[in-house]
Structure formats: C-alpha cells, structure tokens
Write a new protein. Sequence first.
Length: 291
Amino acid sequence: MHKKYTIAVIGLGLIGGSILKAFSSKDFYLIGVSRSLDTVNKALNLNIVNECSTDINIVKSADIVFICAPISKIIYTIDQISKIVSQDCIVTDVASLKEFVIDHVNGYDSPLNFVGGHPMAGTEQQGIDYAAANLFNGAKWVLTPSKWSKSDSIEKLKDLINLIGGSPIIADANEHDKAAALISHTTLFISQVLFSLVNSYPEKNIKELALRLAASGFRDTTRLAGTNSELAKDMIISNKQNVIKTTYEFKNHLEIMLNNLNSNEIEFTNLIEKLAKNRRKMYSSDGKNIY
Ligand code: NAP
C-alpha cells in the first residue's frame, strides 16, 4: 500500500500530460487515466505515472484529482469522479471555461470538495506528445471555488500549483469567463478571422504573394488560428455570448481607430504610440506577463 500524497490526472493530453510531467520530478504517487490505451502506454513509457489505466476507478485512493479532459467531457467526468473519490479528496479541473462547471457542481445535493481551475498556459498543439514539464512556469492559474470547496483544500491546491511553477489567482467563475473571452477566446476568434482574410483574399496574385512573404509578424498575430480545432470550437462556442459581446466591442474600437486614421493622423499616431508603450510594459523580455 502506497502512503505518499497521491495525485491523479484524468485526460493525459497537452495539459494533463504536462501536469504529470511537472509532478513526476517531485515526491508524489502519480495516477493517470486516459481514454485510449495508446496514451496510457505512452504515459507509462515516459515514466511519469506510478499507475495508469483507461479505467477511471483507479483514482479511488487519490488525495487530489486533476480533471484535464476536453471541455465537452468535463461535466460527465466530474459526475463520475463524485461517485468514486472520498469526501476529503480535492477535485479540480482545468477547463478553459468556469461558470458552467461551478454551476453544475453547486447544484449537487451532497458535497464534493471541488475547486474549479484554469491554467493560463498552453500551446496550439494537442496530445501527450507535446506535454512539457515547464509549461506552467510563471503562468497564472485561475481558481474558482465552488460552494463545497474547503478553505484548507484551496490552500493545498495553491501550494501544489506553486510547486509546478504556476501562480494561483482566485476569481469568480462568471468574471473569469468574461475576462477569458477578452484575452483568450475572442483573441482566438480574431486570429482566425485575420488568417481567413488573407487566406481567402479575392485577388489571387496578391494573396499568393502575401502568403509567401509572411514572416514573424503574421506568424505571431495568427498563431492562435492553428489551435487544435476541438479546443478552439469548445472555447468559442461554449463562451459564445461573451465572445460575441467582446467582438462587438472590438468592432467599436476598429471604427474609432479607422476614423482617426481616415481623418486625424495626429490623433491616430498618439493613440498607437500610447498603445505600444502599454503593450511593451505588459510582458518581460522572455515573454512572461508582468502586469
Ligand atoms: P488534449 O491535448 O486534446 O488532451 C485531452 C485529453 O483528454 C486527450 O489526451 C484524451 O485522451 C483525453 N480524453 C478525452 N476524452 C476523455 C474522457 N472521456 N475521459 C478521459 N480522458 C479523455 O487537450 P488539452 O489542450 O490538454 O485540453 C484539455 C483541457 O485543458 C480542456 O478542458 C481545455 O479547456 C483545458 N486547457 C487547455 C489549454 C490549451 O492551451 N491547450 C490551456 C488551458 C486549459 P486520449 O489521448 O487517451 O484520447
């Protein structure tokens, strides 16, 4: 019988695999669960788990469970977990949206020691092959408590997140989804629109030349358009109301800047100088958010 603090991770993709990789250099007993046997075998071969299976029941003895399945599978997985783990077990998730998760758990008749989570780290890649132990270094990690969250469990979760390089931030689930629409989901949507603008440009010669000339500027502003489509669709559609509202706000800003460009070049120049200054202050030279 193992006595070490036991961490279980369900859904061994980019995020789940990275959590396990990060904890595997520390002194924990690690359990992994994934949908496919192929991924389970990869986790075992990578030596990032003590036990791994496609059977979710192996998390029964866990002290904490990280649910890292796709957004569309989160509720189903929390429901399954709630029937398996002890009342002391801390259950958290990493879904990019928080309100629907917290609302669901708050609706339970009996307690589940659940704290919602969302690490603000990732890449456009998908799957365990792209998992990295340092993915969460310097990354903010949002925690959205549920009505069942025990305060000492929130503290324990914060400690674990700190241990793998993350920086926990407590937020309200509804406000998280609005903020995530602003800096993540609408940004993804606009990146897709920007790529589509060039990719379907009506003048064929110009389009071909532009695609051939495109360098780091276009690469950086359209990077999110390459996000794995399962995650992209889940994030934008599940947060549709906030994304639509934010996109209308974007259109207002576009109008203002377009009007300035058209009729007031001095104002336009002042505006972009101020924007550039604020944008430069937001990130360190190694790309970390220092706001
Ligand atoms: P991913 O690389 O596609 O990994 C998802 C994994 O979940 C897959 O490896 C898949 O396993 C497994 N899975 C699918 N259905 C499952 C089920 N019913 N039970 C157990 N495992 C299941 O996706 P990801 O990018 O890691 O995203 C996972 C979660 O992280 C999502 O909720 C997303 O919102 C959140 N998130 C993602 C990012 C990001 O940038 N990618 C950032 C922050 C948060 P198999 O390989 O075995 O099929």
